[in-house]
Design a protein around this ligand. Sequence first.
Ligand code: FS2
Ligand code: SF4
Length: 544
Amino acid sequence: MFCYQCQEAMHGIGCSVEKGICGKEDHTSDLMDVLIYNLKGLSVIARQAISNGFDPKPIGKFVSESLFMTITNVNFDDERVIEQIKQTNAQAKLLGSFLSSKGKNVSYSNLYEFETKQKALEFSKSIGVLSETNEDIRSLKELIVYGLKGMAAYYDHASVLGFEDESITSFMIDTLAQLTENLSQDELISLVMKTGEFSVKTMELLDKANTSTYGNPEITKVSIGTRNRPGILISGHDLKDMEELLEQTKNTGVDVYTHGEMLPANYYPKFKKYDHFVGNYGNAWWLQTKEFESFNGPILMTTNCLVPPRDSYKDRVFTTGVVGYPGLKHIPDRKDGRPKDFSPIIEMAKKCPPPTQIETGTIVGGFAHNQVLALADKVIEAVNSGAIKRFVVMAGCDGRHNTRKYYTNLAESLPKDTVILTAGCAKYRYNKLNLGDINGIPRVLDAGQCNDSYSLAVIALKLKEAFGLDDINKLPVSYDIAWYEQKAVTVFLALLYLGVKGIRLGPTLPAFLSPNVAKVIVENFDVKPIGEVQQDLELIMQGK
Ligand code: FS2
Ligand code: SF4
């Protein structure tokens, strides 16, 4: 195996022996390499078929689901990956016969025809990440693939809610197809920027899907304590799963709590009407091995981040959607427009003791663009009067490394006239610190999930307009982003596309950026690694 797609890549280089730091086994990683290889080959045929009139929707959905499956902490199950590889072969045949019927020639040259797992594993040795020997070309290609993975995840959430955009899936297909060609560095760099452009488009689509289905997030006090009834803990990002679970648990005597990235579900008006939706339990994904234990009831993982479960609570973890782990129970997909059936989880919950309380009190969130813009006058006045000196965007992901304490320490040390704008699970590093408020504006404004970083961009663009500036970088806003998995790559490329300069990125720069590619990004966008808290703090306050 060789995998370096996330921030926890071994020794900052890549996971290459037996098992990744995330728990992904070498064989699973190798099978995922075959899947990615085949998605590229399939995309060559799909691109040709679509330009000849083939319906782009089903193939777009298949490609985005498959990419999503390979994101860090989503799927650890060989059988599911193998099934997806077989599907690439089936889809290629379908597209191939369509093209033949149109009198077109079809090339299957970039596709591996699945025979046995053993043979697929042998094949993987010739096509893995390192098979591209030029480290700069490899770096750019992988940067694009990781950006596409995050885009695919966001697209999948939007499409589940009925919001689709063929230009996005066609971009994914076209880009994957181009990655089989001998593109120059310059061509790849422009594809990186194009990926940023479509990342913005996808986050915008998901924002529209979420807000038009569930209402605009609003200021909300979320309970972090527990009640004395059995509960179900739901994690991940899929709001449709959230809705169906809340609906099916009504009047059952079972409560629902969010974990990790599902916390922002508490901010949506449509979910607030459920009395049995109690609040949030616990923290970011990496603390799940402790917190799933003490929750006592069943847990539903709708997306990443799943950590290989401990035996002590393994029988209580359910997966759904693209998430998978060998031996865990899986809730099948919707069929014919009918909701998923969460009854096995509900029945289990009824027999479980209530959650053990680990925290009490509340946290405040719900500051997506609509809510912040409703407060715009107050915010602008606070900036004009000098009550707010600077906004610090500290969105992104959380992770296990001790070095991430930097974000807690920075949040604590920021002067009282600064406001933190956050989104994603990075917030757990400082959202319980009680940093106070500025004239009623909380000092930590949580927009939502990692995809809601889009909201932060909308807010910045509106502020630029309100202050009559010609450049987003002239705002009193600094970016200090934490990253972990590939959705953060998507958000990062989106920010670069929007013209944001001077981003601090941590806790480390991606292992997949070769020195030359890192240099290009640093020189063109002034991206820098995080440093020491005190030093960064001073630079941030100087707008540097
Ligand atoms: Fe956190 Fe994990 Fe949101 Fe990432 S829960 S690191 O997948 O997507 O942010
Ligand atoms: Fe390693 Fe991250 Fe890849 Fe997992 S996803 S194998 S931790 S680089």
